[in-house]
Unconditional design. Structure first.
Length: 180
């Protein structure tokens, strides 16, 4: 797919931004790329212009925004093994907390830490996708650094989540097991 010629910004409006409080709201639509793109054609064939439904536009309503968000979660769940693992462990931790009848606040903390890991895994997937798109098949040290840092953020959150879940769930679990 070909959006613009290298070095140009022909898909963007060339109007300079206005200064003032309303500039961001009024001028935002000027900087959204057009939805019309050229598709690559086989050698010797003519490229076609096609409309990609909402591909480069701001979502027109809340339902479409949720549909895009759900598509991202679905993509991560289907393609990312670690995201599926984090989801499963999070659900199991919440189920164990409910079974052990821990307090509402403690259960919320376990749920929030599990959700944080999933959020960071989604961001990691997004960063990896953008980096892969940018560098294509080549190696670049900054691309490696970006991907490693994103993965490191997930790792730190996962370790913290396990520690928090352990502190909250292990005492009642030990009481249940040893008390029997």
């Amino acid at each position: 797919m070909h959006l613009t010629q290298p070095g140009t910004m022909s898909n963007f409006s060339s109007t300079a931004p206005r200064k003032g409080k309303l500039a961001a709201a009024e001028d935002f639509s000027r900087y959204v790329p057009s939805a019309s793109v050229e598709t690559e054609a086989p050698r010797g064939a003519r490229a076609e212009r096609s409309e990609r439904r909402l591909a480069w536009k701001v979502a027109p309503n809340l339902l479409v925004s949720f549909r895009y968000a759900w598509a991202g979660v679905h993509y991560a769940f289907v393609t990312q093994r670690n995201f599926r693992i984090h989801c499963t462990v999070g659900v199991l931790a919440l189920a164990l907390g409910a079974f052990l009848q821990v307090g509402t606040v403690e259960l919320a903390v376990v749920g929030l830490t599990a959700a944080l890991v999933m959020v960071l895994e989604l961001l990691n997937t997004a960063i990896e996708s953008v980096v892969d798109l940018t560098v294509r098949q080549t190696y670049h040290e900054l691309a490696k650094t970006a991907k490693d840092c994103a993965a490191g953020a997930v790792l730190i959150a996962a370790i913290a989540s396990v520690v928090v879940a352990g502190l909250i769930l292990l005492p009642p679990l030990a009481t249940l097991v040893l008390g029997s």
